[in-house]
Design a protein around this ligand. Sequence first.
Ligand code: ZN
Length: 305
Amino acid sequence: MTRLTAVLTALLALFLGITGTAAAAAPPAWPLVVADSTGPEVTSVQYLLRQQGAQIDADGIMGPKTTAAIKAFQSSHGLAADGLVGPLTWAKLVVTVDTGSSGEAVRGAQHQLVRHGYSLAADGVFGPGTTTAVTDFKTKHGLAATSQVDATTWQWLIGSTPTINGWSLPLAHNALPRSEYDDPHHDYPAVDLPVGTGTRALAVISGTASRVDDDTCGRGIVITANGVRYIYCHLSQWSVATGTAVQPGQLVGLTGATGHVTGPHLHFGIKINGVSHCPQKLLLALYDGQNPPAPSSLPTSGCFY
Ligand SMILES: [Zn+2]
């Protein structure tokens, strides 16, 4: 290889590297909805079934009537009638809506937009307010800045964790109940979140990611933002490289059981100038959809709530 060719190859690699990071991120996984599931993804299932004529309430609870409606929908769409809503069923349930549409699917999209912080009436009419909200939501997630809610937009609406004033929970909202976010740590100010291997770990704030690889943390990620270090340990897999600028809610890795552990979980900690702060109050506020306290105001001992 000539010197010139080597330089050009290096420049090309740099260019591809830059454009690669600028591309839209892969959409989040569809949540799996099972019998007795509760939450906003169940409400979405129900609105989408109502769009198909099902006579059920959109109450956010996967009860017997909703499960029966799902089975009927699956049978009539060539799917295994197992009553579970996974990727194949989601793909057939969602319908594209846009400015001027009306009905239950629009109501479902509006319900999700409200969850993501937009103030709207879920009135089932895709008017100017919904148009503005969808366009803004799509822009924020690297999608075409249009008002069309297509399958990919639905996937982002339903599958992504809402950001609250620039913050996100480190796990999808439905990954754990609230009660898991207030447990004290066995050792020092931090929290161990009991999730199985392969759960998506999300950036809590925008910052710069770096990988950790040692015997204690195992595969880890540290996000540094405004002098605060947010630490994720025991991952099975990294999803970002050292130096990546991450956004709140962005996938940083998959949970696992690497490093010093007795089983799979996500260890999450906050350090400022090497001092560990209790993350519990911050995580509980995010779980509740509230603006969290400043990391520097978090206690450095105790962590019992
Ligand atoms: Zn731990």
